[in-house]
Write a new protein. Structure first.
Length: 212
């Protein structure tokens, strides 16, 4: 079996040790960095995402695969930087100001990293300025906003408005998620999409960055 196929299959099994060893072996065999990334790591994670969506596997399986993906990416990152290979895209995420809930946001971050995205996680209780500042500084394609409290939902509109004031609204997509939210609310505040779970968020980000 081809080493990249082995890499993909062991990633699907969530075998962190084997994924790290196979990634290292592929590097030592001087395979192209882009091929290791695309045909090994991202190919494996794509299968995981599809199986999860089809309810063939469950959340713990996805988290194990994402952890294995991260182990491979850590080995590839120095080569990607040296060769100037861009990540699939940069995404700034965080829980909005006044809200300390971050389980859903953390899950989205893990799944985005697993899909090959460069994730800048600002944490929780994040004011609008920090989201927009980070997006400008990092040249991110997406801002992802999370809220679990109805009282903090209006902060999402503040982020959208501030991005418009700063003149970056046309260049950046803003997605929102959290239990009390809905597509109608996302439309109402001028966000680009409402994501109802981690898989949907990854699909959304892939669509907006043209990497699906």
């Amino acid at each position: 079996m081809d080493i990249l196929q082995q890499l993909s299959e062991n990633l699907q099994k969530g075998d962190t040790g084997k994924v790290a060893a196979l990634t290292q072996a592929a590097i030592e065999q001087k395979l192209e960095t882009q091929a290791i990334l695309d045909r090994g790591l991202i190919a494996g994670m794509t299968v995981v995402g599809e199986k999860f969506k089809a309810h063939e596997i469950f959340l713990p399986d996805v988290l194990l695969a994402a952890r294995a993906m991260h182990a491979g990416m850590e080995l590839l990152k120095p080569l990607m930087i040296r060769e100037g290979i861009p990540t699939v895209g940069k995404v700034v995420i965080g829980t909005v100001q006044g809200d300390l809930h971050d389980i859903g946001k953390n899950l989205v971050g893990i799944m985005l990293k697993g899909a090959g995205f460069d994730v800048i996680d600002l944490g929780k209780d994040v004011p609008p300025e920090r989201f927009v500042d980070a997006a400008e500084k990092e040249k991110a394609a997406i801002i992802g906003l999370s809220a679990l409290l109805t009282t903090t939902m209006p902060v999402m509109k503040d982020v959208v408005d501030l991005a418009r004031e700063r003149g970056i609204r046309e260049k950046i997509k803003i997605i929102v998620g959290g239990a009390p939210l809905s597509k109608d609310y996302a439309d109402q505040i001028g966000a680009d999409a409402y994501c109802f779970d981690g898989v949907n968020a990854v699909d959304c980000v892939k669509r907006f960055t043209g990497s699906s």
